[in-house]
Design a protein around this ligand. Structure first.
Ligand code: HEM
Length: 404
């Protein structure tokens, strides 16, 4: 169908009405090849059953491009500074992936994350303290972003006061488009240079933090190379705040547009864990999983895929599929548990899922408690979305509340 072939899934027009487009795509063909002008041909998978099939099958759908073509993989690796940021678990499969993930798993278990609760609550309250009496703020820059970056920075042991640099580097890396190559290269160089200096400093003066523990692993033999170590820290910083910050923004955006749900949550905080799952399902900060490489000629939902082709599983669309839950386009904070795919599936299932859930729960509880009568401070149509291919979240979210 011509509509699907030429649709630019990265355009503003598409993004503004993404869920309506995805519903049409799921209906027409849940697996389709996009050949938009100026972009690489890409298979998009929008149906829940097919998204799950892709994410659970690392044999046919790989994250590691070297399983297709070593030259192509080397090209993606690019300059040394890029290699120093890309040599991480999310770009690996099989044993090589398991080896890297095992090294950090312990820091992100539910038990480890529960121990962080009092500190996360304190960070949330500290951020609201100075703005509370003013009755207004931008949720993204004054609350969601500093909260998420401070939590992951403290967990890793990287200086939280450098958070504006992390934000700049990280935004540019996940955004890619809209920057020229030299600008991107400078950003990669700066970020990699920062990581290498941090690693040297922790080697000289180890602390009680995750970076020091990882440096120790590197020192103990050949278990972690310099590029693996650097990339691991970069991945945890980027994955650990970009998504959580956007998700807090999405959740507040949805709640201020559903005042009954917001009031109910404020009056009955025990509903919060279920509401968090529903908010994650309804408007996930990760709209699309990372690109997969088709490892052999195969078939998916009746479509013939060829070895070497690129494919994206759209988890945000899968979450709105009727095959997943009834009335998927309705936000229902009391909905019985629904197996949403906002944290992915299978071997690359989000390492930080427990941490993300906890941050979102605390961020919303604290905001609702401290800011009575919370509402949007601008016209709903004035909210702009970030231009980041895989993620979804507001650029800014001005809100206001009642002050005595
Ligand atoms: C609401 C917030 C978050 C969402 C929606 C989210 C979503 C996801 C998704 C969908 C994936 C799988 C990507 C794929 O298969 O292509 C993933 C992987 C990952 N996430 Fe998250 N994430 C969130 C927060 C976090 C946090 C706080 C961390 C903390 C470090 C984190 C660390 C990671 C890592 C390291 C991976 C790669 C796992 C692997 O390759 O085995 N994420 N995340």
């Amino acid at each position: 169908m011509a509509y699907e072939r030429t649709l630019d899934l990265n355009s503003d027009a598409f993004r503004g009405e993404a869920y309506r487009h995805y519903a049409a795509l799921r209906q027409a063909s849940p697996v389709f090849l996009s050949q938009a002008e100026g972009q690489l041909p890409m298979w998009y998978v929008t149906g829940a059953r097919e998204v799950e099939e892709v994410l659970l099958d690392n044999e046919r759908f790989a994250r590691d491009p070297s399983r297709i073509d070593a030259q192509f993989a080397a090209m993606l690796g690019g300059e040394q500074s890029i290699a120093f940021l890309n040599d991480h678990m999310l770009n690996r499969d099989g044993d090589s992936h398991r080896r890297l993930r095992r090294l950090v798993n312990k820091a992100f278990t539910l038990k480890a994350v529960n121990a962080l609760r009092p500190r996360i609550e304190q960070i949330a309250e500290t951020l609201l303290e100075p703005v509370r009496s003013s009755g207004r703020m931008d949720v993204v820059s004054q609350y969601a972003f500093p909260l998420s970056i401070t939590v992951i920075a403290e967990l890793l042991g990287v200086p939280a006061q450098d958070r504006d640099d992390f934000r700049r580097w990280s935004h540019m890396i996940v955004q890619q488009v809209g920057h020229d190559l030299s600008e991107l290269q400078r950003c990669y160089n700066e970020f990699a240079g920062y990581m290498l200096a941090l690693i040297d400093q922790r080697r000289a003066q180890p602390g009680d933090d995750l970076v020091s523990a990882l440096v120790q692993v590197e020192e103990e033999g050949s278990r972690l190379s310099q590029s693996e170590l650097c990339s691991m820290i970069a991945l945890l910083i980027i994955a650990g705040h970009e998504t959580s910050a956007s998700m807090i923004g999405n959740a507040v955006h949805m709640l201020v547009q559903h005042p009954k749900a917001l009031a109910r949550l404020r009056d009955e905080p025990t509903l919060m864990p279920g509401a968090v799952e529903e908010l994650l399902r309804y408007d996930s900060a990760v709209e699309r999983a990372m690109v997969r490489f088709v490892t052999r000629d195969t078939e998916l939902a009746g479509q013939r895929l060829q070895r070497g082709q690129l494919l994206i599983a759209v988890v945000g669309s899968a979450n709105r599929d009727e095959a997943l839950c009834a009335n998927p386009d309705t936000l229902d904070i009391t909905r019985p548990a629904c197996p949403h795919m906002s944290f992915g599936k299978g071997t690359h299932y989000c390492l930080g899922a427990s941490l993300a859930r906890q941050e979102l729960e605390i961020a919303l509880n604290t905001l609702l408690r401290c800011c009575p009568g919370l509402r949007l401070a601008v016209d709903p149509g004035a909210v702009r979305w970030r231009y980041v291919p895989n993620f979804r979240g507001p650029e800014a979210l001005p809100v206001c509340w009642s002050v005595d």
